[in-house]
Design a protein around this ligand. Structure first.
Ligand SMILES: Nc1ncnc2c1ncn2[C@@H]1O[C@H](COP(=O)(O)OP(=O)(O)OP(=O)(O)O)[C@@H](O)[C@H]1O
Ligand SMILES: [Mg+2]
Length: 411
């Protein structure tokens, strides 16, 4: 399918804002701030009073690749849809969406330039503040409101129909939930983990669990998800003395398994812990996972009495939450593994002076989380697992010779 629409250049953003009824005729300064792979982002600032907004537009291709890699711009509609649904139940957790231009696949939203991406803060040794709690509340409110507990049966079917996001789901199905376990040109890894890559590919038990997680991702249409909720999709900062947290970039949004959003976030917090550990910073393994799970669970339980369909009783709630928990652990493990041996890696690990020990630690934890996801009882058990996978016997915490020759000798 070809898409004909106006692709905005910086010089056209002020006119776009006026056309959309946003701001009048005053002078506006525009700067392009795109640094992601897929889309263009501009920040527009009024010269008279300094008020500003961000304009994000999806191109009919991958921004950094150009027209040779086409991609449907309808991902912007998925982003706008997710923002609207979250705004109805947890407005403080996302940027305010001022406008969505469906013809031109462009959003006008709150300017977040004064905030910082959480991953960058963590990489520099900063803390999470309330980010994990915000993630738990975000997932609980969005998922309850868009599940069969929060919507009537007919509304749910309409949501399912309007929220299909096939192209972006396929990226996750391939990059996260298949390719790392296959020989694929996308995969790459540090030679110091080559033995684990080979072992994971030959690991039939792991393969079956990934197949299960992949199928649940494809077929487990529980609620509307963010779809890409990692530490690079969260901005943090302070405004007027109060902490501000904004979860952004929900273009992968679709109706899927609730545990996927939590798990993606957990995988990234575990990678951040592996970095912190490697740099000798003190860490409490699994602390952020625990925080976001507790926030999610308590908020979901708080909402439960409002469910529309009371055939779902309290005993079912316990079973349901148990399933979300084990799914989330599995997706956390899959996210860790794909971020070390798959297509897209993490600055958390890549920028370490020696990424090998931390990567091995995280890869080992990832596999364990996947295989043991139905028997790990609670966040405390996960904390113990993460502590155990950090022991020298498993991660080879000693300095290793990671030259090609050194790796060959170890094999
Ligand atoms: N509302 C906003 N206000 C200010 N800056 C923003 C805003 N939204 C995005 N940005 C900037 O643009 C960058 C890219 O944004 P975003 O991640 O939404 O784009 P993307 O193309 O979807 O990225 P990705 O390839 O990671 O999916 C952010 O890292 C941030 O620097
Ligand atoms: Mg994006």
């Amino acid at each position: 399918m070809t898409y004909e629409y106006r692709i905005l250049e910086a010089a056209e953003v002020a006119a776009h804002l006026r056309e959309r009824g946003y701001w009048g005729t005053g002078a506006v300064d525009v700067a392009e701030v795109s640094d992601g792979n897929l889309n263009r982002v501009f920040v527009a600032t009024r010269r008279d009073d300094g008020r500003s907004v961000a304009v994000k537009q999806a191109l009919p291709w991958v921004r950094v690749a150009g027209p040779s890699w086409p991609m449907s711009p309808t991902r912007a509609a998925a982003e706008a849809r997710a923002y609207r649904r979250v705004t109805a139940v947890a407005p403080e957790t996302v940027p305010a969406l001022h406008d969505y231009d469906a013809q031109n696949f462009a959003l006008i939203m709150e300017d977040l330039s004064d905030l910082r991406v959480l991953r960058g803060v963590l990489n520099e040794g900063g803390g999470y503040g309330g980010a994990s709690t915000a993630v738990g509340v975000f997932v609980a409110r969005l998922s309850f409101a868009t599940s069969d507990f929060g919507l009537s049966s007919a509304e749910r079917k309409a949501l399912l129909a309007e929220s299909v996001n096939p192209e972006l789901c396929k990226i996750t199905e391939d990059l996260v939930l298949a390719e790392p376990y296959l020989e694929h040109e996308h995969n790459h890894w540090h030679e110091g983990v080559a033995d684990l890559v080979a072992a994971y590919r030959a690991d039939t038990a792991l393969r079956t669990e990934i197949a299960d997680l992949r199928h649940t991702f494809m077929a487990g249409a529980q609620a509307l998800l963010h779809g890409d909720l990692h530490t690079g999709s969260i901005m943090v900062g302070v405004r007027d003395g109060a902490e501000v947290i904004r979860i952004f970039d929900p273009e992968f949004s679709f109706v899927g398994p609730i545990g996927f959003d939590l798990g993606l976030y957990w995988g990234n917090t575990i990678a951040a812990e592996a970095r912190a550990h490697a740099l000798g910073r003190s860490i409490e393994p699994g602390a952020e996972l625990a925080r976001s799970w507790h926030a999610f669970e308590s908020e979901f339980r708080r909402l439960w009495p409002d469910r529309l369909d009371t055939f779902f009783d309290d005993a079912y709630l316990d079973r349901f939450l148990r399933r979300v928990w084990s799914d989330a652990l599995g997706y956390a493990g899959a996210e860790i593994i794909r971020r070390i041996i798959g297509f897209a890696h993490l600055s958390d690990l890549d920028t370490l002076p020696d990424p090998v020990a931390a990567s091995r630690r995280a890869l080992t934890a990832g596999r364990e989380l996947i295989l043991r996801r139905t028997t790990l009882a609670d966040p405390e058990a996960v904390g113990e697992l993460l502590t155990a996978t950090g022991t020298p016997a498993v991660i080879a915490g000693r300095r290793q010779d990671n030259s090609v020759e050194g790796v060959r000798q170890r094999r």
